[in-house]
Design a protein around this ligand. Structure first.
Ligand SMILES: Cc1cc2nc3c(=O)[nH]c(=O)nc-3n(C[C@H](O)[C@H](O)[C@H](O)COP(=O)(O)OP(=O)(O)OC[C@H]3O[C@@H](n4cnc5c(N)ncnc54)[C@H](O)[C@@H]3O)c2cc1C
Ligand code: SF4
Length: 323
């Protein structure tokens, strides 16, 4: 790792101040827990002249009941999220996803906003500067060819944040603040399928909070497959939310991370409504197979990650049915 480059550090006290500071400099970045950003800075993956520390903005740290659901500030740490009683009771997939990110010292400082805005990852990109230079770089940074798909004019680096699928199966809405005011959108729409520009956020826009509706009988779970069980990004991570209607499916949502450049909520699952568990598992398998488009962005093969996604999704459905 290289030493950190020089930068100025700003510490705004409000969302408006943070957004104004970000709009003033093309090479500024928001700094939350810094667990991803600082590692990427040291590796020479990003260039900054200003870091805008979000740690002193009270609005970002609020977490609690809201209308008929919950509101989670972007500055809430993953440790706080995993331990929150309402999250653990009503949104178990989210508590499990938060508890499974990196290691305990990361989770003590890493935030919800940083996890959702995490840079996409690829075995040709998350390397040291000398490694990348020795391999003539790639399309995502300083090169003209994608090493994963040689003729591609896009980047396939994979989004690997654990929280997004768990929030998506619970219908999360993202609250965003920018120089032109505030807006909100379903969390899935925060992402694009392009590894270089993976967020639908203008550079000056800040993720402020997530709102989740009441769980209303939905049971959920999250499971990830990783190389090192104690501390690692997901090779694949799957969240499932299920509402049972007696012995049949009332509602089923499934979303995954680590598979594409965006977290993927699988479409077309309404057809499972009214099916028995076993019939739903057969149709779910077909629906997921059709929608997964993983590329060779990891050291572990896309074929393995694809099979693991299917296994984990079906295992979670079985577990939630039995719960
Ligand atoms: C060894 C190691 C293991 C890891 N394992 C995992 C893992 O298993 N799962 C996983 O999901 N992640 C993992 N990570 C990545 C990272 O630690 C987490 O994703 C963490 O949640 C990032 O949060 P942060 O607050 O530290 O973000 P930061 O590093 O501060 O920021 C990350 C990015 O988000 C932007 N950002 C931060 N907050 C906002 C906001 N409110 N609005 C707009 N942009 C914002 C920053 O500008 C930056 O681009 C790992 C990292 C390391 C070093
Ligand atoms: S997917 Fe291609 S362009 Fe993107 S980081 Fe990997 S090698 Fe580079």
């Amino acid at each position: 790792m290289e030493p950190l480059p020089d930068f100025q550090l700003l510490k705004p006290r409000s969302v408006a101040e943070a957004v104004t500071a970000r709009a003033a400099s093309a090479h500024a970045r928001f700094l939350a827990g810094g667990t991803d950003l600082l590692a990427n800075l040291r590796s020479g993956l990003i260039e900054v002249d200003t870091l805008i520390d979000l740690g002193a903005i009270p609005e970002l740290h609020r977490l609690g009941a809201h209308a008929d659901g919950i509101r989670i500030g972007a500055g809430v740490t993953l440790e706080e999220l995993a331990a929150h009683p309402q999250v653990a009771r009503d949104y178990p997939a989210l508590a499990q996803a938060a508890a499974g990110v990196a290691g305990p010292t990361h989770r003590a400082v890493a935030t919800v906003g940083g996890n959702l805005c995490l840079d996409t990852r690829c075995r040709f990109y998350n390397q040291s500067e000398w490694w990348r230079a020795g391999n003539q770089h790639c399309l995502k940074l300083a090169g003209d060819t994608c090493r994963v798909a040689l003729k591609a004019d896009r980047c396939y680096a994979a989004f690997s944040g654990d929280l997004a699928p768990a929030l998506m199966v619970h219908g999360a809405i993202a609250e965003i603040a920018g120089a032109q005011g505030r807006r909100e959108l379903p969390l899935g729409e925060l992402y694009t399928d392009e590894g270089r520009a993976y967020l639908n956020l203008a550079p000056h826009e800040l993720l402020v909070a997530l709102r989740l509706p009441a769980a209303g009988g939905l049971r959920s779970g999250y499971e990830k497959i990783r190389i090192r069980a104690a501390i690692d990004f997901p090779l694949t991570g799957v969240a499932v939310a299920l509402r049972r209607d007696g012995e049949r499916v009332g509602e089923l949502c499934v979303a995954a991370t680590g598979t594409e450049s965006r977290p993927l909520r699988f479409a077309g699952l309404e057809v499972l409504q009214g099916m028995t568990r076993d019939a739903a598992l057969v149709t779910l398998d077909k629906l997921i197979r059709k929608q997964l488009g993983m590329m060779e962005t990891h050291l572990v093969s896309a074929g393995y990650r694809r099979r693991a996604t299917l296994v984990v999704a079906k295992r979670l459905v079985q577990r939630l049915f039995a719960a």
